[in-house]
Design a protein around this ligand. Structure first.
Ligand SMILES: [Ca+2]
Length: 507
């Protein structure tokens, strides 16, 4: 039986799931989605059928992807946060689906974003770590290879207007810029907001933070980023208003809540929960602005909205970092807190409300899924993702993949998600030694996990009890799947070269 992996004391299920439904989930293992389609009366069923039939039509939804930076799994009300409220973000799940086991491919910015935009594991594309400003590197400029095909490029072929507002982080010079990777419109910063002269914790000689308008730097930020969230939000709203008549793909990639934290004047102290809470409340406001614009322009019903983070919280920053909730660890770790993101999705015209879907899925699956919904083709080169719409829409509870693979560093296969299990190979991961305070970084370092560990996420979501000795059968099943992936994509931990890895873009 494939039991949904719901963490009961973690999520505010009452917001989304009637208690009777929850009891059914616990006792039968049926997903809320399945139950939602069976417990309803005939008229509700008809509505659901109508929605599903409509979804089968080639209706080409607009797509709005809201991506935050370093926001933790526990950093929205719906995912359990109680220190501040996120009504606009929560509304996406309330009008659609909460995806409670949605993974990013890697626990750091550049690699995570590479997978979102290409449907491939980042190491397949040669992308590793977080890219640094070209001006600070000795070698040639690097970025997402222009030979790779991106989601916006494929959507453009289908007549979509494409816009990115906010952070890019896949190459800061031509030919790696967003406008050269499929975005008609780009306004934002080329890499992380801490790669700037105002960084109080800097170990590098960062310059002022450049702000791009298309392929030109139009401003540099030296000591203040407080208007950035409002600025990219207003530009996103303008993009919706301008392109409402044509299908559009809008990606609002918030530089926040990555440190250094900044909010506009209106949100200072608003949460009562410190600056981090204020930042999330401004992002929640921003989300509401986009939803309002969709409604104002009459495209709310046929716009698919996704809200998620690029990786877990940077726990070294203490009160300027978010929360993984009960998940273990955060950014720069493939433990659950580093790679599971609070994911919300809605599409009123094409996706019936379904409470929680807890089947594992990953950012690599976004491109094939959105391609299917929009009639776009897949990239010519091999990718890793699969269409997960049958799962999101409640028609299938089995995962689209037998396993998901978590690479980190250059090309280390450090973890595998398989059924309710997560297995870790001995590898280096980031561990906080002393948390920071008020923007000052604490101490952390990479430490070695010295042996294979196996956790049962159904019964141990915080990953505390190693069952590798008790379940050698599961370890062996995962090892067989890992060997297949190692042959494809390699594994530095075993000294294995992959046959399918492609090079990062390089000048
Ligand atoms: Ca990040």
């Amino acid at each position: 039986m494939n039991i949904p992996l719901i963490s009961l004391n973690r999520l505010s299920l009452s917001v989304f799931v009637p208690l009777s439904l929850l009891v059914t989930v616990l006792t039968t293992g049926c997903s809320p989605a399945q139950e939602a389609s069976t417990v309803n009366d005939a008229s509700s069923q008809m509505t659901l059928d109508t929605l599903e039939n409509k979804a089968d039509e080639p209706k080409r939804p607009n797509i709005v992807l809201i991506l935050t930076d370093d926001q933790g799994y526990g950093d929205t009300s719906g995912f359990g946060q109680t220190q501040y409220e996120t009504p606009n973000i929560d509304s996406i799940a309330e009008n659609g689906v909460m995806l409670s086991h949605f993974y990013v491919s890697q626990p750091i910015c550049s690699t995570s974003r590479a997978s979102i935009l290409t449907g491939a594991y980042a190491n397949r594309l040669g992308i590793s770590y977080a890219l640094f400003p070209t001006a600070l590197t000795d070698g040639p400029a690097v970025g997402l290879n222009p030979d790779e095909e991106t989601l916006p490029e494929l959507l453009k072929e289908q007549g979509y207007a494409t816009g990115l507002f906010g952070k890019w982080h896949l190459g800061d010079v031509s030919p790696f810029l967003p406008t050269e990777h499929g975005f008609d419109t780009y306004y934002g910063i080329p890499y992380s907001n801490d790669m700037w002269s105002g960084n109080v914790n800097k170990n590098y000689d960062f310059g002022p933070l450049p702000v791009f308008d298309q392929d030109q730097i139009v401003e540099t930020l030296t000591d203040d980023q407080s208007n950035l969230t409002k600025n990219i939000t207003e530009r996103s709203v303008a993009f919706i208003e301008k392109n409402a008549a044509s299908p559009f793909f809008l990606m609002l990639a918030h530089p926040q809540p990555h440190v250094p934290l900044f909010v506009s004047k209106e949100f200072e102290g608003k949460s009562g929960a410190g600056l981090y809470g204020d930042v999330i409340m401004e992002i929640d406001w921003s989300t509401g602005q986009l939803i309002d614009a969709l409604k104002r322009k009459g495209v709310y019903e046929n716009t698919l909205v996704i809200y998620m983070s690029d990786n877990g919280p940077w726990l070294t920053y203490g009160n300027h970092a978010g929360s993984s909730g009960e998940l273990r660890n955060g950014k720069q770790s493939t433990f659950e807190g580093g790679v599971r993101t609070p994911a919300h999705i809605q599409w009123p015209a094409g996706l019936a409300k379904q409470d929680i879907v807890s089947t594992p899925m990953m950012t690599i699956d976004l491109l094939p899924t959105l391609a299917k919904l929009t009639g776009a083709r897949l990239p010519e080169k091999e990718i890793d993702g699969k269409d997960i719409w049958p799962i999101i829409s409640g028609k299938q509870s089995e995962p689209a993949h037998e396993a998901y693979f978590f690479y980190f560093h250059h090309n280390d296969l450090s973890a595998v998600r398989y059924k309710q299990w997560k297995l870790y190979y001995p590898h280096r991961y980031n561990l906080v030694e002393q948390i920071g305070n008020n923007g000052n970084k604490g101490k952390s370092g990479f430490v070695m996990l010295d042996a294979i560990k196996l956790y049962d996420l159904d019964n141990d979501p915080s990953e505390t009890v190693d069952l590798s000795a008790e379940r050698p059968d599961i370890v062996a099943e995962i090892e067989a799947l890992a060997d297949i992936k190692r042959a494809e994509l390699g594994d530095d931990l075993r000294g294995i070269k992959g046959r399918e890895n492609r090079p990062m873009g390089s000048l």
